[in-house]
Design a protein around this ligand. Structure first.
Ligand code: ATP
Ligand code: MG
Length: 450
């Protein structure tokens, strides 16, 4: 506030950036994707400035392969679009352009002003804040210096010019990268108030990049963690998914807990991270996911969320059974209950919840090793996922290991071996059936192998 006031009164400009030549940072034009190079070249030929910016520059400097390349320019969306054959103006909160080059999509955005500059940008301010200082909408074009200041961390505000191979650095991001420090640009508490998701990003990026949170960046997180409550569920879901699929999910969640952020993020984390059995199950699930991400194997978000919420479902299911509900309806009700609570905070998409329900719903069916039932389960569309889930339950000690070994052998066996493996339907199932037929006391607890 005071800085902004002084700047306004004295008409002071943002400090001049460092322009760092290739000889000092080592990043070459060749490291940039074909699409991003093309977007920059075309914009520059048309007389605009254009830079590769954000995560890609940061990752390349750290020797990590970037997921995608973003471009920032002083051209407005309507000036960018006609320069390319395939380009789309998108976004409501921020208008930006998607330029398609071959199979690559390059997100190309116009320099934007930071929140505190919005008032100074006459006529164009469309900034809306809620009563806690959270920015709701800010489509305000600005200078490159303003664009740098509205970014979250110093290491995310580096602009690489492919033509000169120099880096424009307003906030000492390159020095921080060398020191392996993640530092918020500006006053951390203010920046977290504007957008509480930045706290989550701090934890995720530190874990993913192996950086240490600067002390001032870290300090206010615990106090401001309750602000996460106000983040719209859809945004929280996107950020949470990024975190879980970063290849460093275990480290991220551990740090979320250390920073006291897990309470605000997901109601489920409250439970998971504080229960020994839940913790073992979730730890295994996360370790497995990290391993798959790091070895470039596909990961199903539905499987992951099903795993994260399993102990909630299990506890609710058991409680309902104890109250005398029958196993399968109790499980159905438990799934509804848990998903209702979680989706309030986290907009887990419908497609995802449908698969999660399938995975959970198939678990009791693994108990039946009679001919038709086992065979039918094997042919179910989501069998493989449900079986992997069972394997996780066995590994965590929730169900007997023998369960999983039987199903593993059964899957890969040939027809005659399978036939020999099938057990006659007996024990609890038949008893339950008989009981159900007599319509006496409802079956309790039998569907959950403990
Ligand atoms: P990732 O490797 O996960 O893609 P990233 O830093 O590139 O990390 P993006 O979500 O792709 O993350 O964001 C691109 C850039 O936009 C960031 O580098 C940062 O400069 C800026 N940015 C993203 N989210 C925020 C935010 N909440 N507040 C301020 N700046 C942000
Ligand atoms: Mg990115």
């Amino acid at each position: 506030m005071i800085k902004r006031f002084i700047r306004r009164v004295f008409g002071l400009r943002e400090g001049a950036p460092l322009r760092i030549p290739r000889s000092k940072h080592g990043l070459a034009r060749e490291a940039i994707s074909h699409g991003a190079l093309k977007v920059c070249d075309v914009l520059q030929d048309a007389g605009f400035s254009a830079y590769v910016v954000g995560g890609a520059v940061r990752d390349l400097l750290l020797g990590i392969e970037p997921k995608d390349f973003d471009v920032a320019t002083d051209a407005r969306p309507e000036q960018i679009k006609p320069l390319y054959r395939r380009a789309l103006i998108i976004g409501r909160r921020f208008r930006l352009v998607h330029v398609m080059v071959g199979r690559e999509t390059v997100e190309t955005s116009t320099f934007r002003a930071a929140v505190e500059d919005a008032g100074a940008t006459e006529g164009e301010a469309q900034r809306v804040q809620d009563e806690h200082g959270r920015v709701l909408r800010d489509n305000v074009f600005g200078s490159q210096a303003e664009d740098a200041r509205r970014r979250d961390f110093t290491v995310n505000a580096l602009y690489f010019d492919p033509a000169s191979e120099s880096i424009v650095d307003y906030h000492g991001g390159l020095a921080d990268l060398k020191k392996r420090v993640l530092r918020v640009i500006g006053d951390p508490a203010t920046r977290y108030r504007e957008d509480p998701v930045r706290m989550l990003r701090a934890v995720r990026l530190a874990a993913k990049l192996g950086l240490t949170l600067d002390a001032a960046t870290r300090a206010p997180i615990r106090r401001l963690a309750p602000l996460m409550e106000r983040v719209p569920p859809a945004r929280l879901f996107d950020e949470m998914l990024k975190l879980l699929l970063s290849g460093h999910a275990s480290a991220c969640l551990r740090q979320l807990r250390d920073e006291g952020l897990h309470h605000g993020v997901l109601p489920l984390l409250d439970v998971i991270l504080e229960q020994p059995l839940g913790e073992r199950f979730v730890t295994l699930a996360l370790a497995q996911t990290d391993e798959r991400v790091r070895t470039d194997r596909p990961v199903s978000p539905a499987f992951l969320f099903a795993a994260l919420l399993w102990h909630e479902v299990l506890a609710t299911w058991r409680a309902r059974e104890k109250r005398g509900e029958r196993a399968i309806p109790a499980l159905e009700a438990a799934m509804d209950q848990v998903l209702d609570t979680q989706c309030e905070k986290l907009a887990i998409t419908r497609r995802l919840t449908a698969t999660m329900r399938e995975i959970w719903g198939m678990q009791p069916r693994f108990e039946h090793r009679s001919s038709i039932r086992a065979q039918r389960l094997l042919e179910a569309p989501r069998f493989r996922m449900a079986y992997d889930f069972l394997a996780l339950r066995a590994a965590s000690g929730e169900v007997p290991a023998e369960f999983e070994t039987w199903w593993r052998a059964f899957q890969s066996a040939d027809a005659p071996t399978r036939k020999a493996m099938l057990m006659p339907e007996s024990g609890p199932t038949q008893k339950r059936r008989r009981r159900r037929r007599k319509k006496t006391a409802p079956a309790g607890g039998t569907a959950t192998p403990a």
